[in-house]
Design a protein around this ligand. Structure first.
Ligand SMILES: N[C@@H](CCC(=O)N[C@@H](CS)C(=O)NCC(=O)O)C(=O)O
Length: 204
């Protein structure tokens, strides 16, 4: 008998969305529980960073979205979503996408959880520059990473771009037309539509 993986996720986490989308694309049976990370002390035992996503598989805990996606890929009966022919390029694309998510999350926390007078405008500016510069960079690589086969780097980019539009701005699409069109198309898929961000919990 195998244990069904349990994915602790958040309602708006782009990292969690990347994992959920991967599980759907890879057709991996799993359970998902959306939790309020700021009130989930129980998670500390499994993940001392108390972060979503965190995956529990029997007596095993897998932390970090990248490890979780790799795990789903390893147990799936479908073709791998990690392209062998451009493996390192795709790993780099995942890292850049993670960076966009990280900067967008930090920016949102700075702007929504810190009283306006205490907000660090230089930091906000820095987060925004990194996000926009990364998106421009991805647009230049468009022909390399958008292929007929859906791969993990594409899933990561889609989650990062959609999160940017959700929390920051969709104006990135004005100078990145290929990515804008591509995102419009990929978000029509059920795996994106069924994982849209929900209502966020208050940072505390
Ligand atoms: N490197 C981690 C980042 C996960 C992450 O930043 N999760 C956020 C939600 S988007 C979180 O749990 N934040 C709560 C906290 O850090 O206190 C991953 O890829 O899974």
């Amino acid at each position: 008998m195998t244990d069904t993986p349990l994915l602790y996720n958040g309602p708006t986490s782009p990292f969690g969305r990347k994992c959920k989308v991967s599980a759907l694309v890879l057709d991996v049976a799993h359970k998902e529980e959306k939790i309020n990370i700021y009130k989930s002390r129980f998670l500390d035992e499994f993940n001392p960073l108390r972060q979503v996503p965190t995956l529990i598989v029997g007596d095993k805990t897998i932390t970090d979205s990248d490890n979780i996606c790799l795990y789903f890929d390893s147990i799936s009966k479908k073709d791998s979503i990690y392209p062998k022919d451009r493996y390192w390029e795709s790993m780099t694309m995942i890292s850049v996408s993670n960076g966009i998510m990280e900067n967008a999350v930090n920016r949102y926390i700075e702007m929504s959880a810190i009283p306006e007078l205490e907000q660090r405008h230089k930091s906000i500016e820095r987060y925004e520059k990194k996000i926009l510069r990364s998106i421009d960079w991805i647009e230049k690589k468009y022909d390399e990473f958008v292929t007929d086969r859906l791969t993990i780097d594409q899933i990561s980019v889609a989650c990062a771009l959609d999160y940017t539009s959700f929390r920051f701005t969709d104006a990135w699409g004005d100078n990145n037309i290929k990515l804008k069109k591509w995102l419009e198309n990929i978000t029509k898929n059920d795996f994106m539509k069924s994982t849209l961000p929900g209502e966020s919990f208050k940072y505390e």
